[in-house]
Design a protein around this ligand. Sequence first.
Ligand code: NDP
Length: 264
Amino acid sequence: MDTQLKGKVAVITGGSVGIGLAVAQGLAAEGVDVAIIARDGERAHARAAEINAAYGVRTLGVAADVSRADECDRAVAEILHAFGGVDILINNAGTGSNETVMDATDAKWQYYWDLHVMAAVRLSRGFVPAMRARGGGVILMNASICAKQPLGYEPIYNTSKAALVMFSKCLSNELIPDNIRVNAVNPGLVLTPDWVKTATQLTEGTEQTAEQYLDKIAKDNAPIGRFGTPEEIANFFVFLCSPLASYSVGSTYFVDGGWLNVVA
Ligand code: NDP
C-alpha cells in the first residue's frame, strides 16, 4: 500500500516513548520528517537521532511541556523554523491519573485539562496557519477508550479525554473547508511504560505483582485477551494521516481489541 506520505512533515507530542514513539517511527518509515515534543529533551533528542539514522528522514527533538501555553508557542516556533511548514499534528502526549472526585484538588483537574485539552487547542492554533498555507493537513488526537467507557480509578483522565474527543469533532467541523482532516483515536489497552507505572502504583503493598495485575486486566476486559502493542495503534494513525483516508473526517475510531462494551 502506498500511503503517499513521503516528504510530509509531522509533529508528534509525546513522541519519545510508547504510542507516540511508535507513531513517529511508523510515519518515518513512510518517508515523513518528524518532530518529537516531550518534556525530557535528552530522550526526545536521542529518539529523534535514532529515527533519523534508521529511516533517513529529517528529525527534530523538542523539549517542551505542552501543558503550558508559553512552551507550546515556543515549540511551534522552533518546529516551523526548522522545517518551514507542517502537514500533520498528532496530539498524543498524556498520562493516566488516580484519584476520587471528592479528594482531587482543583490544581490536579487544571493540569489534566491543560495537558489533554489545551495542548491540543494551542498546538492546533499554532500549526493550522502553516497547514492552510500548504493547502491542507491532518490533525489527530490520541484520546482513549476511557473517553467513552470510564475506568473507576481515574475520573479526571476519563473526563479530560472525553473533552478532547468533543474538541476533535468541533475542530474538524471548523477546518474541513481548509482541507484539514481532524479525527480522534480511542485506544484500549496498550502496553507502554505508562501502564507499567500505573500497575506498579496500584499493586504497591499488595500480594499481586504489576505483571499479574496487567495480565488480569487484559483477560478480564479485552475480548482479545491481551494488551495491544504501540505498533498496532501506530499503524492505524499512519493510515489516518494518509490521503488514503481522505473521507475520514470528524470521527472517533476505537482500536481496543473489542473492549468497548457498546456499539459506538
Ligand atoms: P507514555 O507514558 O508511554 O508516554 C507519554 C509521552 O508523553 C512521553 O513521550 C512523555 O515524555 C510525553 N509527555 C507526558 N507529559 C507531557 C507534557 N506535559 N508535555 C510534553 N510531553 C509530555 O504514554 P502512552 O504511550 O501510554 O500514551 C500515549 C497517549 O495515549 C496518552 O495520551 C494516553 O492517555 C493515550 N492512551 C494510552 C493507552 C495505553 O494503554 N497506553 C490507552 C489509551 C490511550 P516526557 O515524560 O519526557 O514529557
